[in-house]
Design a protein around this ligand. Structure first.
Ligand code: HEC
Ligand code: HEC
Length: 376
């Protein structure tokens, strides 16, 4: 017996919540990915998305009949037949469970979703040196750009298919008039078949996963650097690490972290101190032997010798160039291109070389997105 005549209860409560959680977490993660200082929200949303994807894959094996992968219609002839009928017969009957198009879509979304999540977690570890995989940053930082591309393209493909999926549902709703939009809200489809039956343990399992993923989200956004987003690099105290560098090169401005520029750039800067940004630094200010010691320190800690995100991206985009100024590098220009010129001339900033005005802890070598100050 069905609960409502002429209708089939296909999507139980948890299935609908899960569906909208996938939709919402993906969309919000996609949007937040365009804002550097929203990285923590992006990561938190990614964790929800990841957990729900895992859940949906498990659900495909243990869940109720309509959700089971074994009941999916995945042959090519079924898919072609589905579209042929769709075009020829506006009033055709729809199946209670997944039709061939939505079967393909679900399988494909699980696969692409897995790629997005895995590459995302790896990226957090390898590129951002954060989270439980941050140890991978030591050996694999050179793969960060490729990994970032995989993550990005997979998300774009996913987004494109979401648009197709929505289009398909709207065609069902307004052309075939199958009330498809409401199926994922009310749970009912206008079709023939048995109401879905979900056992109590399965329902409990579903709500457990929903609760855990919401709690994970809250946990990640409400605490900086917890075990899921912990950072590998502590702030560097140059005053302790190299007091000479700190004293001599931290006199007029705070100390610039050596990993921001390649060796050759530092050698050039140190070789032209008599004309350093309009300042004349003489042997009396910094003696020859002190210069040698500072150059050695800068070279040892230069971008080539660092696996930090900033250093890796700096080297990847510099090519053969070795400019004397950080602000003349392609990487610096690229990440700051959206900041209005006037901001750099403002009272609070004064000069674009004044990283410290906008990046809290820049003098400790920390350029994490969460530490960008809103100066405009
Ligand atoms: C006499 C003052 C003075 C001293 C000492 C000094 N600098 Fe500077 N430095 C400046 C000024 C002025 C700028 C321009 C930016 C600013 O106004 O903050 C600058 C900028 C820089 C920049 C940023 C360039 C850019 O735009 O990317 C670097 C790197 C730098 N200094 C390195 C050093 C090093 C290394 C030492 C130690 C050998 C040093 N500075 C010592 C005055 C000084
Ligand atoms: C006017 C403020 C301002 C100044 C000055 C500034 N930055 Fe930034 N920086 C930003 C903002 C804002 C972003 C984020 C841009 C975005 O995502 O659109 C950013 C992004 C970055 C990033 C990328 C962070 C990441 O993880 O992707 C790095 C690295 C960086 N800045 C380094 C520097 C350095 C080095 C200097 C000094 C030579 C500097 N910035 C000067 C505001 C500033």
């Amino acid at each position: 017996m069905n609960r409502k005549e002429g209708k089939v209860y296909v999507w139980n409560w948890s299935a609908r919540i899960i569906h909208w959680m996938i939709a919402l977490s993906f969309t919000s993660a996609f949007i937040t990915s365009f804002f550097e200082n929203r990285l923590d929200s992006h990561v938190a949303l990614g964790f929800i998305f990841g957990m729900i994807i895992c859940y949906r894959i498990i659900w495909g094996f243990i869940g109720p009949e309509y959700a089971k992968f074994k009941n999916f219609k995945l042959s090519l002839s079924q898919l072609i037949g589905y579209f042929r009928e769709k075009i020829q017969n506006r009033w055709r009957a729809i199946p209670a469970g997944h039709n061939p198009a939505s079967s393909w879509f679900t399988i494909w979304a699980m696969g692409m979703g897995t790629i997005i999540v895995v590459s995302g977690v790896l990226l957090l570890g390898i590129q951002e040196s954060r989270g439980f995989l941050s140890y991978l940053n030591d050996d694999y930082s050179q793969f960060a750009p490729q990994l970032a591309r995989v993550h990005q393209y997979a998300s774009y493909i996913f987004a494109g298919w979401v648009v197709l999926h929505i289009t398909g549902v709207l065609i069902e709703q307004f052309w075939h008039k199958t009330h498809m939009v409401f199926a994922m809200i009310t749970g009912y489809k206008k079709t023939q078949g048995e109401d879905t039956r979900v056992s109590r343990p399965l329902t409990l399992f579903s709500f457990f996963v929903i609760a855990i993923s919401v709690l994970t989200y809250i946990f990640v956004v409400s605490s900086d650097y917890n075990f899921l987003t912990s950072k590998k690099y502590a702030n560097i105290h140059y005053d302790e690490l190299n007091p000479l560098y700190y004293d001599k090169c931290g006199e007029c401005h705070k100390t610039y972290p050596p990993h921001l520029l390649p060796k050759e750039s530092w050698i050039k800067i140190m070789g032209s101190l008599e004309n350093h940004r309009g300042e004349k630094i003489t042997d009396e200010n910094i003696s020859k032997s002190q210069r040698q010691s500072i150059v050695k320190f800068l070279v040892e800690n230069a971008a080539q010798n660092s696996t930090r995100e900033v250093a890796v991206k700096m080297m990847a985009t510099l090519g053969k160039r070795r400019p004397k100024s950080i602000t003349k590098t392609p990487f610096w220009r690229e990440v700051h291109k959206d900041i209005p010129r006037g901001v750099f001339k403002s009272k609070a900033v004064k000069d674009k070389s004044n990283c410290f005005a906008c990046h809290r802890y820049a003098e400790y070598g920390n350029f994490d997105d969460v530490n960008i100050k809103q100066t405009y």
